[in-house]
Structure formats: C-alpha cells, structure tokens
Design a protein around this ligand. Structure first.
Ligand SMILES: *Cc1c(COP(=O)(O)O)cnc(C)c1O
Length: 464
C-alpha cells in the first residue's frame, strides 16, 4: 500500500511518510494509491471482532508492515484504553429502523478522540523511534483542538499549537483546550472565524521551507490517518446493526463540517462495506448540501449556529471526494482546484453530478429544526442529543424510508454544548470530568487574525 496526492505530484510514499506529510507537498490531499478491497468472506470474519481487533485488521491494510505488529497492537490498545465504554463506539436503538452510533466516549466527549487518541500515540512513537522533534499545528472549530491536545499533552519531543476562533467555540470546548497547562501546549485564540484559522494553517503547511524548518505536523482531517481511523466505526456499527436487524445494507447519516467523517464512510463503502445512502447533514453553513443537491460548490456567508463544530464553509476534505468522483483524474482535480482559487466555485453537472446524487442525500438543518429535534427525542425517547447529533438525526428522519435501516452518528456528548440544551429548556447534569473543568485555571494567547501575528507566536514557542 502506497499513498499518492489528489493533484498527482507526490510520488508513491509509504504510510509513515504520508502520516508525517499531512497535506500533500503539491497542495493536494493524500489518498491510498489503491483502495484496499474487503471481500464478503472477510466481512463475515470481522463481524465478531472487538473494536480494537477490528482497528488492527483495518489499519494493517494501510500500514504496509511499516510498524511491527506488536508495536501497532500496543499503540491501538493504548489509544482506546482511555474510552469510558468497553465497546468504544456502542450502537443504541433510537426507534424502529433508526440507530445512533455513539462516538463520544473518549476523553474529550466528541468523536475526534477516536482518531486523535491514536494519532497522539503514533506521533509519540515516531518521535521516539526516529529521535525527531514534532510540532503539531492545527486549526479547530472546537473539538479537534481539545482532542489533539489531550492526545499529546506533556509528551517528550512533541509541541502542539492550536488556533481557535476567539469567542466562537462553546465554553466547555474552550475550557478543555485552555486548562491544559503543560509547557508543550500553546493555544492561540484568533480574532476571526474557523475558516480564517484553517486558511492560515493551510498557508503555513504550503510553505515547504517553513514546514521543514519548524518540523510541522498536521492533525486536521487533511491527514489521511484521521480518515483511516474513522472508517473503523462504520464497519463496527454495520456489524452490530446487521446482527440486530438482519439488514443487508444500512444508510449512515453524518453531521458534517469538513467532510472528513462522511468521507471516511465513503471510503468504507469503497472498501466493500454494504452502505446504502450516505446522508450528509449540515447546519445553516450548508455549502455541502448545496453541492449535493445542485452540483455547485461555492462558499456562502459564514453563520454562527448551535452546532459550532460544523460552522465551516470551505470543507478541506472535499477534494478527496472530488478526486474519486472524477475517476481519480488528478489533472482534472488540479484544474478544478485552481479554478476554485481563481473564481471561488466549482460546478459539477451531467454524469458526475448524477454519481454524487446516487451516493449522497443531504439536508441543511436550520436552528429551530435542530432545537426541536433535541426536544422531541428528549421527550419521546428519553435520549438527549447534542446539537450536532441532532442535525444528523433530523436529516435521517427526512430520508426515512419504510424497511431501510439508518445509523445516525452521535458526534458529541450534550454536556459539551449546554448553550443549545439550555435553549431547549432542558437541564442536564454534567459528567464529572466536564464539571471539574470549571474549577481549573486557563492559559491562552489572543492574536489578531493576521498570519504575521500567528508566525511570531509560533517562532517564540518553538525556540523556547
Ligand atoms: C468535527 C465535528 C463534526 C464535523 O466533522 P467533519 O469531519 O468536519 O465533517 C461534527 N460534529 C462534531 C461534534 C464535531 O466535533
């Protein structure tokens, strides 16, 4: 297994090199040179595996044997030992034909932990094995930052800097990041929105000199390892639900921001998992809904919503999907991405759009619909959804079809987003680790939204 870039100008590289490169050196995104195929027979064998065993089986298809088997096993078991549920990602029945895949049992109560606990282990492994300095740099709409910091706090050889949009993350998200006081952690609170933060990160990674001199490593979902780790729970959920319902195929509804999580579902399908529809749920920042329904990928005006982790207009993983819709034609991806940069939009029509619509459904959930969904499931099913998961469930309900089973991804615990829960007139008790955050002291550095200001802080942090 080797990795190549969606823009065609990164030679075939191995797993660890792809992990360390993050964004492709040609500005594209790294993808496997061929998607590994899982046969029906293998699917049958995988049905009975524990979550950790399944992780190992799937990762082994991608890691090239570059990590000795026992080492990989140790990394995987350490990664998921921090989860509060023995199943790691348990599935719950919400009502007939609708299941919830709970992805929030990790240390920071959101699904990002599933990939980032492993990536934290893997960065530490590489730093130790190769005696390397690793400086993790990323932007967050709230959850990635907390997860990534949690994964590497206090680890030797590793520094981490996270940019978050000032005042645009939830209180709990902010506390989870800024109450970590280890010296290897720098939180920059940026005047701007998430897209501004993400653009600066992309610019810094595109500057190959700066990237090499400063040992930069990426934790955003531009890193293929995140996608790979997230394919696992699609398989796991499918096996649990198929066992309970006898369904041969299931659909997934996925609350979407950067197109990372749903792309993992698409990859699982391309590997051979019997997935019916992938339903893409957005909030009012609905560029991806418009792309799927109309074929036009064009950022609109940024909106602040009840589901801040999905407040994204430029979806960095979209390019991976584009690559596959265009039958892996890297030259065409390059042309379209250049056009996007120059004209601010990409338009698909004809066969390409028909292909998109055959695979995806989409629903943009407005604020009132989000809150009403939370209230309805709280009173009718006694299940408290967080606002992101509620977008997924609302979209699943819209696509509900007699006799077809849907798994909706519950991406965060409601305690992380109490602002929205309070608006529903619902009082919740916080889990102890979240309650404890309110007593801790915080540290963060506020910066204006310029790249210069960010670079100044970074250089001081790296030289310290
Ligand atoms: C990050 C996040 C999302 C969106 O995931 P993408 O991979 O960016 O599409 C949805 N819900 C929550 C709670 C998140 O943290």
């Amino acid at each position: 297994m080797e990795f190549i870039s969606t823009r065609g100008n990164v030679g075939n590289i191995g797993f660890i090199d792809a992990f360390m490169m993050g964004l492709g050196n040609d500005g594209g995104l790294l993808v496997p040179a061929q998607i590994p195929q899982v046969s029906e027979q293998t699917l049958k064998e995988w049905q009975e595996l524990s979550y950790q065993e399944l992780v190992l089986a799937i990762f082994s298809l991608y890691t090239n044997g570059e990590i000795p088997e026992q080492d990989l096993k140790d990394l995987v078991y350490a990664s998921y030992s921090t989860f509060r549920d023995p199943e790691v990602t348990p599935v719950r029945k919400l009502k007939d034909d609708l299941y919830l895949l709970e992805l929030f049992h990790g240390p920071t109560f959101a699904f990002k932990d599933i990939a980032l606990q492993f990536m934290g282990q893997l960065y530490t492994y590489v730093a130790t094995k190769q005696g390397k300095k690793i400086h993790i740099l990323g932007a967050t709409s709230g959850d990635t930052g907390a997860s990534a910091i949690e994964g590497v706090r206090g680890k030797d050889g590793i520094k981490i800097c996270i940019l978050h949009p000032h005042g645009k993350v939830s209180k709990v998200q902010e506390l989870q990041m800024t109450t970590v006081l280890e010296d290897n952690v720098l939180n920059l609170s940026v005047d701007g929105n998430f897209d501004d933060c993400q653009r600066m990160i992309k610019d810094l990674f595109a500057d190959l000199d700066f990237k090499a001199t400063n040992h930069l490593a990426a934790i955003n979902s531009i890193n293929f390892v995140r996608i790979m780790a997230q394919t696992v729970y699609y398989f796991y959920a499918y096996f649990q639900v198929a066992k309970q319902t006898g369904a041969k195929q299931v659909s997934f509804s996925v609350p979407t921001g950067n197109f990372g999580d749903i792309f993992a579902g698409y990859l699982a399908k391309r590997m051979g998992l019997p997935v019916d529809k992938l339903i893409l749920a957005t909030n009012e920042n609905n560029i991806l809904e418009r792309f799927i329904l109309e074929g036009v990928y064009k950022p609109g005006d940024f909106r602040t919503t009840y589901s801040p982790s999905m407040d994204i207009q430029v979806a960095s993983n979209f390019e991976r999907y584009l690559y596959y819709v265009l039958d892996e034609d890297a030259a065409q991806v390059r042309t379209l991405m250049d056009q996007f940069k120059a004209e601010g939009q990409i338009v698909l029509s004809g066969d390409a759009l028909a292909k998109v619509q055959a695979e995806f459904g989409a629903h943009g959930v407005q604020g009132t619909e989000c809150l009403e969904t939370i209230k309805r499931y709280d009173s009718q099913s006694g299940y408290l959804l967080d606002p992101h998961s509620a977008c997924g469930v609302a979209a699943a309900d819209k696509y509900e079809q007699e006799g077809s089973v849907t798994v909706s991804l519950a991406t965060a615990h409601p305690a992380k987003f109490n602002e929205a829960i309070e608006l529903c007139g619902i009082e919740q008790t916080f889990p102890e680790p979240i309650q404890a955050l309110f007593e801790k002291s915080q540290r963060q550095t506020r910066v204006d939204g310029s790249l210069d200001a960010v670079v100044r802080e970074l250089v001081a942090f790296y030289n310290n």
